[in-house]
Design a protein around this ligand. Structure first.
Ligand code: ZN
Length: 365
């Protein structure tokens, strides 16, 4: 094991003692009965699945464990001006009768940060807020776990290819549950196949982006497209409330609804902005589903963004980050991350770096 993993293990073992101390001395009535193993062996076993990343201890106060990815490479895509602060809204898909799809347990050779995708809208083409309320993997409002991200724009706004690639599909899904869990799920959609060279190994790596609920599409299967080419227009076809683009990233089988990953770990942050990703874990390293997360300003405590952790294993974790929540579009700076679990609030400080993913872990009991 590497030095970093030892550090992480030490930190987690320390944390374990801290958790026990807290629950024994401060609030026995709050003690949560957990059936999860919490032996050091179980923790070590759980940690085997975590990627080796550089760690930086931010603070040892309270029940926290935190690691932060250190800069290793710089995204080389176009820079985009940050959008103005916008009013939160949501345009989630309503809950159809879905087959719940367990996701494949596949390891992909993706060993670094991968902000390879541009935003699918140009600066001057209307509103471009990222929906915060119905985030990837969440069941906000009781909807089915979301397999993509929703970006609002008026009907007819041009949708751009997020990277160079080849059109794999352009059409509707009216008669067939291709790509989605039911017929007429995406309405009109475009799927683009992308191939990149992995920055570490130089190996080719294929993935797909899917653009759903389009009012029309401008490309044909087999066409080569460049980043920012107009491929279609925003609509609300299929299972959608209000006009928005539903954007997905898939690895593996492009037809597999269970092959999606969180696009916010692929879309380049706006200039001066970064992304928060994290894991909320039981003591044995198991992931905790459906937990409320808040990002607050450090002093005023103002809640800036909220999300939930992923709903069980019904969506995939990123092959590199192995997260179960992501909060995109945070201006670089200091924040507090608050994890609310069974009547307790676990708070830890976090620094968001521009153009980077900052990773936090929170163990709850
Ligand atoms: Zn959506």
């Amino acid at each position: 094991m590497s030095k970093q993993i030892y550090l992480l293990v030490g930190l987690l073992l320390g944390l374990l003692s801290a958790c026990q101390f807290w629950s024994e001395t401060q609030s026995p009535s709050d003690e949560v009965i957990s059936n999860h193993a919490n032996t050091p062996e179980a923790i070590l076993a759980a940690l085997e699945v975590l990627p080796e990343v550089s760690t930086q201890i931010i603070s040892e106060e309270e029940n926290l464990s935190s690691l932060q990815l250190l800069p290793s490479w710089t995204p080389n895509g176009p820079t985009v001006t940050p959008f103005p602060t916008s009013t939160p809204y949501n345009t989630p898909e309503p809950s159809p009768t879905l087959r719940l799809m367990p996701t494949a347990d596949i390891t992909y050779d993706l060993q670094s940060e991968h902000f390879w995708l541009a935003r699918p809208f140009l600066n001057n083409s209307g509103i471009q807020t990222s929906v915060n309320a119905y985030a990837y993997g969440t069941t906000t409002f009781g909807y089915q776990p979301h397999h993509g991200v929703d970006i609002e724009n008026p009907i007819g706004t041009n949708v751009r290819a997020v990277a160079h690639g080849r059109v794999f599909y352009a059409g509707d899904d009216l008669n067939d549950a291709i790509f989605g869990p039911q017929a007429n799920f995406y309405g009109n959609l475009v799927v683009i196949e992308h191939e990149v060279e992995l920055p570490d190994s130089g190996k080719p790596f294929t993935f797909y982006t899917l653009y759903g609920h389009l009012s029309q599409f401008f490309v044909r299967e087999g066409m080569e497209v460049e980043q920012f080419d107009e491929i279609g227009a925003v609509g609300q076809e299929g299972v959608a409330i209000g006009p928005h683009l539903h954007l997905e990233v898939r690895i593996g089988d492009p037809y597999d609804y269970g092959a999606t990953y969180n696009p916010n770990l692929w879309l380049q942050p706006y200039l001066g902005f970064g992304v928060l990703a994290g894991r909320v874990l039981y003591r044995d390293g198991g992931y905790v589903p459906d937990v409320e997360i808040e990002v607050r300003t450090p002093n005023s405590g103002r809640v800036l963004k909220t999300t939930l952790t992923y709903h069980y294993d019904l969506v995939n974790k990123d092959p590199y980050f192995l997260e179960n929540f992501v909060v995109p579009d945070l201006q670089a700076g200091n924040y507090e991350v608050v994890v609310k679990y069974q009547g307790r609030a676990y708070t830890q400080p976090v620094e968001i770096l521009p153009g980077r993913v900052t990773m936090v872990n929170q163990v709850v009991n």
